[in-house]
Design a protein around this ligand. Structure first.
Ligand code: MN
Length: 295
């Protein structure tokens, strides 16, 4: 075994609709982990009748959204006609391809705990201009060992595979560490990162807590985690993504021109992104900065 460095990247606070989140990716110095290009950690927070967190209809392209809750629920609606309630332990995976729109609404419930993550996966050039798709899974495969319960969202981990679509070699796993050491097998050709949702995880002598992304790098065939108390984290990984991404707002592209086209199509209410049957008005956004001078 060789020693590996763990790089810590602090998350930054961001606003998504009415929701304050910790954005763990992209961050200064770290844009992707495999094809994972975006991680928002929301909550834990208490919702009340006065405080709901609906995210109104908005477009995506060139990415997959992975919605994963530890507590609470959301109603997903999209321009494919999907209407799907998601609860803790269930997976919503939306593939945008050339274009899709969706809303995420906090249904009727409006009180109680909300805690989760939304992650984006950059689609490779082979699928990013293709069709949109939505998948929901009520239950996901889990792994139990003495000190660990794990749930495989995407890809394969510990010889357990998720049924969810994936367009590149990547993995996403919720780790519930019960306390004590845990060693997990990793793929040396993949890079990995850990985002702690609650508690605290020790990785190679480095303490990782909520509000940071711990980048584990590539070249490991295993990694040892330790915790003093029950702790929950998301482990993401994949083969380093070799296509240069251009990201703006809710779009993942390869150039400014692609972003400009997508923004114009959304602003015009074009069929490219379709319509979402939501009670909320669609989100309008100012043009990207390089178009501002033209408006
Ligand atoms: Mn979205």
């Amino acid at each position: 075994m060789t020693d590996h460095d763990v790089e810590i990247y602090e998350s930054r606070e961001a606003q998504v609709g009415e929701l304050r989140v910790r954005r763990a990716l992209p961050t200064r110095g770290r844009r992707t982990v495999g094809a994972w290009c975006f991680v928002d950690h929301m909550g834990p927070m208490s919702l009340t009748p006065d405080r709901s967190i609906d995210v109104a209809p908005h477009p995506h392209m060139g990415l997959q959204t992975v919605t994963w809750l530890f507590a609470g629920e959301f109603l997903h609606r999209d321009s494919l006609g999907s209407e799907q309630l998601i609860r803790a332990g269930q997976l919503n995976l939306m593939t945008s391809g050339h274009g899709v729109a969706h809303s995420e609404e906090n249904p009727g419930l409006r009180s109680g705990e909300m805690h989760g993550m939304q992650l984006w996966v950059a689609q490779p050039s082979t699928t990013r201009d293709g069709g949109a798709e939505f998948e929901h899974f009520d239950t996901m495969p889990t792994i139990e060992t003495s000190n660990l319960s794990a749930t495989v969202l995407v890809g394969s981990f510990a010889e357990t595979s998720s049924p969810a679509r994936r367009d590149s070699a990547l993995v996403g796993v919720e780790l519930n560490l019960h306390g004590g050491p845990v060693t997990v097998a990793l793929e040396p050709n993949c890079e990995y990162a850990l985002i702690v949702a609650n508690g605290s995880v020790l990785v190679d002598g480095t303490v990782v807590q909520p509000g940071a992304l711990a980048y584990l790098g590539a070249g490991r065939d295993e990694c040892r985690f330790d915790s003093n108390a029950p702790s929950r984290a998301m482990l993401i990984g994949g083969v380093p993504f070799d296509e240069r991404l251009f990201m703006w707002w809710n779009f993942v592209a390869r150039s400014q021109d692609e972003i400009s086209d997508a923004w114009r199509a959304w602003a015009a209410g074009d069929d490219r992104f379709g319509r979402v049957a939501s009670p909320f008005a669609r989100i309008e956004v100012s043009p990207p900065p390089w178009l501002m001078a033209l408006h």
